[in-house]
Design a protein around this ligand. Structure first.
Ligand SMILES: Cc1cc2nc3c(=O)[nH]c(=O)nc-3n(C[C@H](O)[C@H](O)[C@H](O)COP(=O)(O)O)c2cc1C
Length: 225
């Protein structure tokens, strides 16, 4: 038998939960979503087909619904479609990446990257219609404390990727290191720490991705019943 608490009174200002009620069973809904999300892939070859700003706005609104420590919402999404700024970013990223492949990355790391055939060439930054730079806010905009910053921004970023995928778009989670140059190019304040760079667009016509397998359920989970 299931149990639920049913308090007689609620704190002032609270509202009834507006939850999703799937048309089919819970199992059908969960299975359908898995069918959708398992098709998400990291793409490194983009089309230049434009995407209206309104689409990006919806994707960012979805990301902004993420949970966050004490609801501080410590994120800002900088969406760039300006060609000149994208090109500036490409040039700076490629410099950082050249360093990475030449000096910074360990041999083990380079070996682990081999299946993805990544290299310092990031020409897709010029091609892709949108670059989303996810910023982690060190403090709230009015100087207040934030909590669980990395966890909160990580969840919001995951939701951004999911929302883009659901809209039929593709993304790349790109983490040039260091990323500080992004703040300078974008003219953002010291309070914003570049967290991840997400090229977002349509895949190129003949887009191929590495044939990766994902861990089976019994490796990623433990049930204690
Ligand atoms: C935190 C993080 C950082 C990543 N950084 C890069 C990156 O800098 N460049 C890149 O090409 N891919 C990057 N990736 C993409 C991964 O290589 C990719 O997610 C992984 O190979 C699994 O492939 P899939 O996303 O298609 O399932 C990153 C992914 C994550 C989660």
């Amino acid at each position: 038998m299931t149990q639920s608490t049913n308090p007689q009174s609620h704190p002032e200002g609270w509202i009834p939960l507006d939850r999703l009620s799937p048309a089919g069973s819970t199992l059908e809904a969960a299975t359908d979503f898995y069918g959708t999300i398992k098709k998400r892939r990291t793409v490194r070859s983009f089309s230049d087909k434009p995407i209206p700003k309104e689409v990006i706005e919806q994707v960012l609104l979805a990301a902004g619904t993420a949970p966050s420590g004490a609801h501080k919402q410590p994120w800002r999404f900088v969406a760039v479609s300006n060609r000149d700024i994208k090109h500036k970013i490409r040039m700076a990223v490629e410099e950082v990446e050249r360093e990475f492949y030449k000096d910074k990355a360990s041999n083990r790391w380079l070996e682990d990257l081999e299946p993805f055939e990544t290299n310092p060439d990031k020409s897709y930054i010029d091609t892709v219609p949108w670059l989303i730079i996810v910023m982690a806010l060190r403090n709230t905009d009015d100087g207040g404390q934030v909590y669980y910053l990395n966890e909160s921004v990580g969840i919001a970023t995951g939701m951004l990727l999911t929302a883009a995928h659901e809209a039929g778009l593709v993304t790349l989670t790109h983490t040039p290191s260091p990323m500080k140059f992004l703040r300078d190019i974008l003219g953002r304040s010291e309070n914003e720490r570049p967290y991840m760079m997400i090229p977002l667009g349509y895949p190129s016509d003949d887009c191929h991705v590495p044939d990766l397998s994902r861990k089976p359920l019994d490796e990623i989970s433990v049930f204690i019943e």
